[in-house]
Design a protein around this ligand. Structure first.
Ligand SMILES: [Cu+2]
Length: 267
């Protein structure tokens, strides 16, 4: 129903609702545009100077325009109360239970996305601002904390299993960034000092999307959607949606790699 809008392909369960809301807004706005445009043309012709050489100080006496304006307000109220608020509530309040979801911490900074997984123990290791090293440890993860032993951190590489609820806790280290993945119909500001949860269920793996779109180089991309500084345009991240087995394999390999690197200071 929403193909006519030319949106990017859809790859989450909730995205269809967002698309239909965007569709309805376009339809109502088109009606408004035609209505108001027609009214202006009518007024220009109807009240032209040659027909009305002397100003009329009484003005309009009919109530038709009032009814019309009330009608527009009612349609807008229906859009807001009937569509936008319920959808917003489901996205913001209806978080899935944490034990059924994959939880990822995503922290924006000028100009990168830092990704942090808790690893097999599902407990995020301690982070400390004093341990932050922009090159080797941008999140300040304390590898001596037992909970951090199996944690995974990456810069700009977000791996997600398909068909599983994902909760992303969004943060920012410096300015306001925005986590936007167009195919997921997800876009949320990352605000310094706040931890903002967002959730979604990806439905199509990167490999499937490559087949569907016929684009062998297709990648889901995290695009920073707030102008956050000079390097904003290169603040990109790659989201790899894969099968549960592939995700498991990636997790195991990356955990082993990073735990090894942490244990060997000369590496
Ligand atoms: Cu940014």
């Amino acid at each position: 129903m929403t193909e006519w809008m030319g949106l990017p392909p859809l790859a989450t369960t909730h995205g269809g609702q967002i698309d239909s809301l965007i569709g309805w807004i376009h339809i109502f706005m088109l009606i408004l545009f035609v209505g108001w445009g027609g009214f202006i043309l009518y007024a220009v012709v109807r009240f032209r100077k040659s027909r009305n050489p002397v100003a009329d100080y009484k003005g309009v006496t009919s109530h038709r325009s009032t009814y019309l304006e009330v009608g527009v307000a009612v349609v807008e109220a229906i859009l807001l109360v009937g569509f936008a608020i319920p959808l917003w509530a489901a996205r913001v309040e209806g978080l899935p239970p944490e034990n059924e979801a994959l939880i990822v911490h995503v922290t924006g900074e000028q100009f990168a996305w830092n990704i942090h997984y808790a690893g097999a123990d599902k407990v995020f290791g301690r982070t400390d601002i004093k341990l932050i090293d922009l090159q080797s440890n941008p999140l300040g993860l304390d590898r001596s904390d037992p909970a951090a032993k199996d944690d995974i951190t990456t810069v700009g590489q977000l791996h997600l299993p398909v068909n599983k609820p994902i909760i992303v806790y969004l943060r920012s280290k410096d300015v306001i960034h925005s986590f936007g993945v167009p195919e997921f119909r997800v876009k949320q500001d990352a605000v310094p000092g706040l931890t903002i949860p967002i959730w979604f269920i990806p439905t199509i793996t990167t490999a499937d999307m490559r087949t569907r779109t016929g684009n062998a180089a297709f990648e889901y991309e995290i695009a920073c959607a707030q102008l956050c500084g000079l390097g904003h345009a290169r603040m990109r991240g790659i989201v790899t949606v894969e099968t549960a087995e592939e995700f498991q394999k990636w997790t195991a390999e990356t955990t082993a790699e990073q735990a090894g690197a942490a244990a060997d200071p000369f590496r």
